[in-house]
Design a protein around this ligand. Structure first.
Ligand code: ADP
Length: 429
């Protein structure tokens, strides 16, 4: 463990269009302040003079368009200045999107198509900087007064809510480097697994549900419609992953595809989407600053996301331990039994398991350490088309007294009696 004394505060003079990249460790406190000039962290401007705490495990870049002096205080694992970044190309994309938003706004009254702002989907392999680019595009847009909708389809490392979900939320101000996305009322659909191949059909159905909900909102809200969407995707770009990307482009009617750092993916998409002349495909360079995360780091990040849901980013929330009678809730899973891959079946045979069948689950100790979603559904057959209110974490099952002991984010009764379970687990720690 690092027992080395913290280094003294140090200053970095950044030339225009350069960035200071910093990687913070798990426990080490680090803070940053802007001494002169202007700088931003992934699109959100740094306030002058004030110290800004950087949360543990963050990997950030403090970028300046016109030059800045930055001071760091505390312990970091990595800190260096880079003057080669793809930021100019990213901000050029923003400028084009901004023009389209203005055009859409001016075209209100000329039909739904003309008044629709850009629907941007960001694709690329894992660790190509997709989430970061989404964040910057959203922050830059909101800084100019737009309220774009952020759609996160990444069930592995989503930024709106816990893993295993697809979700959307409007972004009304630049996304704070520390706090992340402020959540008023995100629309969340629970898939329940962290990889799409567990039930790809369900993933597709949920994308459609989310898209329909957004479409409805847009039709009654010209402002959101003109601001458009920024859609983040999973890093799985081969095979089924690729198929799901194409499906996402289709389902959300994306008209700008930003491809990060992969020539092959870009040319494949150009070929397939040739038939859709209104879809622009733009290849962008990946930033050298994007930090690679291995399987273990990803797993840990997932676990921290769930912890953050219940306890807050800096332990500022106090979840409640609730006791629920078995008879007070009904638990369902989606998908009828394990799905046989089509390739394992005789030619012409269809897999028997229905991937979107809703199945009642017996309450037993198999539910231990699982994270369940609290559905807004009133009846089981509404589960797939309903978004979720929140999540509970099963800490104990008392078979004899027929009680579920669970962690909930707030006290009191659950907003609904219908719970949904998948394979999403969490070991509190
Ligand atoms: P993806 O969404 O493609 O998996 P992310 O955008 O989440 O990739 O980036 C991976 C990690 O790299 C994140 O922790 C992010 O904060 C960090 N990162 C991205 N860009 C930079 C940069 N320019 N400098 C330092 N860290 C960065």
């Amino acid at each position: 463990m690092g027992s080395a004394p913290a280094p003294p505060p140090r200053q970095f003079k950044l030339a225009r269009e350069s960035e200071l990249r910093v990687e913070v460790g798990a426990a080490a406190p680090l803070r940053v302040r802007l001494l002169s000039g202007t700088a931003e962290i992934f699109g959100a401007e740094l306030p002058p003079e004030n110290w800004l705490p950087i949360p543990p495990r963050s990997k950030i870049a403090i970028f300046t368009w016109h030059g800045a002096t930055i001071e760091l205080d505390g312990i970091s694992e990595v800190e260096y200045v880079a003057d080669e970044t793809p930021m100019v190309s990213y901000v050029n994309v923003h400028a084009i999107l901004d023009g389209r938003r203005t055009h859409a706004k001016a075209s209100q009254g000329s039909g739904l198509d003309a008044s629709q702002g850009p629907r941007v989907i960001v694709v690329g392999p894992t660790d190509s900087g997709k989430s970061t680019l989404c964040r910057m595009l959203l922050s830059w847009a909101s800084k100019q007064g737009w309220k774009p909708t952020f759609v996160d389809l990444d069930i592995g490392q989503g930024s709106i809510t816990i893993p295993g979900c697809i979700a959307a939320t409007p972004v009304e101000m630049p996304i704070d480097a520390v706090e992340g996305i402020p959540l008023e009322m995100p629309i969340v659909y629970f898939y329940g697994h962290t990889t799409p191949n567990v039930n790809a059909d369900l993933y597709k159905v949920l994308m459609k549900e989310l898209a329909q909900t957004l479409e409805k909102q847009f039709s009654g809200n010209a402002e959101s419609r003109a601001a458009g969407m920024v859609i983040n995707t999973m890093g799985w770009v081969e095979g089924l992953g690729y198929e799901l990307l194409l499906q996402a482009v289709d389902t959300f009617k994306a008209n700008v595809v930003l491809v990060l750092g992969q020539e092959k993916l870009c040319s494949m998409l150009k070929e397939v989407l040739k038939s859709k002349p209104n879809v622009d495909i733009v290849k962008l360079h990946k930033s050298e600053g994007v930090v690679l995360r291995n399987q273990k780091v990803r797993q840990k990040a997932r676990s921290f996301r769930i912890r953050e849901y219940f306890y807050g980013l800096s332990n500022d929330l106090s979840p409640h331990s609730n006791i629920i009678n078995f008879s007070d809730v009904s638990i369902y899973r989606i998908g009828g039994g394990p799905q046989a891959p089509r390739s394992a079946l005789p030619i012409g045979a269809e897999p028997v398991a229905d991937p979107t069948r809703v199945v009642a689950v017996n309450i037993n100790r198999d539910l231990l350490h699982l994270v369940l979603a609290v559905s807004y559904a009133k009846e089981p057959d509404q589960i797939i088309s309903s978004n979720v209110a929140g999540f509970i974490y099963v800490t104990d099952i008392d078979i004899q007294r027929k009680k579920i002991v669970c962690l909930t984010p707030c006290p009191g009764e659950l907003p609904s009696k219908i719970l949904v379970v998948g394979t999403l687990t969490w070991l509190e720690g």
